[in-house]
Design a protein around this ligand. Structure first.
Ligand SMILES: [Mn+2]
Length: 355
């Protein structure tokens, strides 16, 4: 396991590579070319420059989160092949820079959804939270406005202003895309890129839908064991893999996270580990990483990853906002550093006690 932190690049992140370097046991970052738009080819040169910047700070790029998928590919519109060709070119350019892990998601319109980006907790910190009742009361464009106003001026992944401008068109474009069609479009995409992944040893790692149920009537196809395994079978290559995200899959208490990890042996290429607190049906707060701070058993999750021989990068996921830090919601330094240290401690104990 390689402990990493997500980093959005120096123009978009309040956290610096120098700070990340000082978190014990964190050896790499998961990053992206944040200024590129879905569908654009990432140039070899731009990737090289990003890589050099990270390596000059004493860290390594362990993977990309994300190379986003153009809506034409998700919708399956006639121009999708051109965007898949661009995606393949980007994969080739990443491989030319020895980067071989790509996290992506296949969620329509929104990458993730929350009803509150800064819900106050009794400990004085604040967290992202989700309450279906609140989400049901607002329209998608109002949601966009609300979240962008609460983002402290940071552009949040999946909530870029240029997407807001097109939100009505996007909903129109997805109106006939039911779960079966969306799944077929995902399989079509994966089958087209797999030869490139196999040639260069690139692992694709799909991120589960967050939260794990349909929001605003949009289809969700990667939200539990059954559909994850269906996807693994539909494109049965080790390069077609998964980003195990405890917070996303765990948002549905019916998902047995330990069982899901065991069932995906050999196909989990990347792990997001964070904790949440169940507050009711389709209602949860994010929490500190520590098991006792939330509803998930982090020891059991890490033990399962260790048992299946997981060797990829792991990162603490969203943290609380603590100690007055102002950052992109969920992506401050302090609570994620505490999370990384805690997860590293658990991992060390699991590793030593398994010998
Ligand atoms: Mn995640």
């Amino acid at each position: 396991m390689k402990m990493t932190l997500r980093w959005f690049g120096k123009n978009h992140d309040s956290v610096t590579l120098e700070q990340i370097r000082q978190i014990p046991g964190v050896t790499g970052v998961i990053t992206t070319l944040y200024d590129t738009k879905p569908g654009e080819v990432w140039s070899k040169e731009a990737i090289f420059n990003l890589k050099k910047e990270v390596e000059d700070a004493g860290l390594k790029i362990e993977g990309i989160e994300s190379v986003n998928i153009h809506d034409a590919i998700k919708i399956g519109s006639p121009d999708r092949d051109q965007y898949i060709d661009n995606y393949i070119k980007t994969l080739e350019n990443l491989a030319a820079n020895n980067i071989n892990l790509v996290c992506y998601n296949f969620m329509p319109v929104f990458d993730w959804t929350r009803s509150d980006l800064a819900k106050d907790r009794t400990d004085g910190s604040n967290v992202l939270s989700y309450d279906q009742e609140l989400v049901d009361q607002i329209k998608p464009d109002q949601m966009f406005e609300k979240l962008n106003q609460a983002s402290h001026g940071f552009v949040m992944p999946g909530w870029e202003p240029e997407r807001l401008a097109k939100i009505k068109e996007l909903f129109e474009a997805y109106k006939d895309i039911n779960a079966d069609k969306l799944f077929d479009n995902l399989v079509y995409f994966l089958k087209r890129i797999m030869p490139t992944c196999e040639k260069y040893g690139i692992n694709m790692a799909i991120h589960p839908d967050d939260p794990a149920w349909p929001v605003f009537g949009l289809s969700r196809i990667i939200n539990g064991k059954e559909n994850l395994l269906k996807l693994m079978k539909a494109v049965d290559s080790p390069h077609n893999g998964v980003t195990f995200c405890s917070g996303s899959l765990g948002s549905n208490p019916k998902n047995d996270l330990v069982d899901i990890i065991h069932s995906l042996k050999g196909r989990i290429h990347f792990a997001h580990v964070r904790n949440i607190i169940y507050l009711g049906d389709k209602k949860f707060d994010e929490a500190a990483h520590l098991s006792s701070d939330g509803s998930l058993d982090m020891y059991a999750i890490l033990k399962a990853l260790h048992t299946i021989g997981f060797e990829g990068p792991m990162r603490p996921d969203h943290g609380r906002a603590v100690w007055g830090e102002v950052s992109m919601p969920g992506y401050g330094l302090y609570d994620r550093a505490m999370g990384a240290t805690y997860l590293n401690g658990l991992w060390e104990a699991i590793e030593k006690s398994s010998k």
